[in-house]
Design a protein around this ligand. Structure first.
Ligand code: CA
Length: 220
């Protein structure tokens, strides 16, 4: 099920978009300012961001630029009353995947949302690799330098998350929310325990500890 983050400060529009998307089976979250949009999108819990440009606290183009600077590659569909060519170009140059001027018909928004999600899924490989590590997402099998490794479901999920963001440092909180959901006590050391399990299976050097920040999977 795809999760969509809606960053829109006009409640009427946010609700309209949310109701429509929910009716199509999407899971949606609304944020009404740019800072919250940035914070939420960074959580990596969403498959798509629908981003208004005129937002309080941080404007949409800044949100987008900062996300891209942080190498958060969430697809972004800009939804804005600023329908000028300049704004459109600025949005696309800033790393947006699509741009829809307001007012818009819901059907058009829906078509673009589906297109973006499908594009993302197509790019989504079924085999993830990082250095000598390969993860086959269909068979749920892991290999290190061609040697099969038995992973529990949780270990696989952790390895998958690290592999999908192999050039990023992931904090314990991010790993906890991605792999275990939000039910876990943030003070829990379960992430460290599972990192230890993975290191035993993959080789300790494959997962770097970035002091005070989190973990990163080595690419080579
Ligand atoms: Ca606005």
């Amino acid at each position: 099920m795809s999760r969509i983050l809606i960053a829109e400060d006009e409640e009427r529009i946010a609700t309209f978009v949310q109701k429509g998307l929910n009716a199509q089976g999407f899971v949606t979250t609304i944020v009404a300012d740019g800072q919250s949009a940035y914070d939420e999108a960074r959580s990596m819990l969403y498959d798509l961001l629908i981003l208004d440009l005129g937002l309080p606290l941080m404007d949409g183009l800044t949100v987008l630029r900062r996300l891209r600077e942080d190498r958060i590659d969430i697809p972004v569909l800009i939804l804005s009353a600023r329908g000028s060519v300049d704004d459109k170009v600025a949005g696309l140059v800033g790393g947006a995947d699509d741009y829809l001027p307001k007012p818009f018909a819901f059907e058009e928004l829906l078509a673009r949302v589906r297109l973006r999600l499908r594009g993302h899924v197509l790019e989504d490989q079924t085999v993830l690799t990082a250095g000598g590590l390969t993860l086959d997402l269909r068979t749920r099998r892991a290999h290190v330098d061609g040697v099969a490794k038995d992973l529990s479901a949780r270990e696989f999920a952790l390895a998958e998350t690290l592999c999908r963001h192999k050039d990023q440092v992931l904090s314990r909180e991010q790993l906890l929310s991605q792999v275990w959901g939000f039910d876990f006590d943030p003070g829990s050391n379960i992430v460290d325990v599972y990192i230890r399990y993975l290191r035993k299976k993959f080789g300790a050097e494959r997962i770097e500890t970035i002091r005070g920040m989190g973990y990163r999977l080595k690419q080579d």
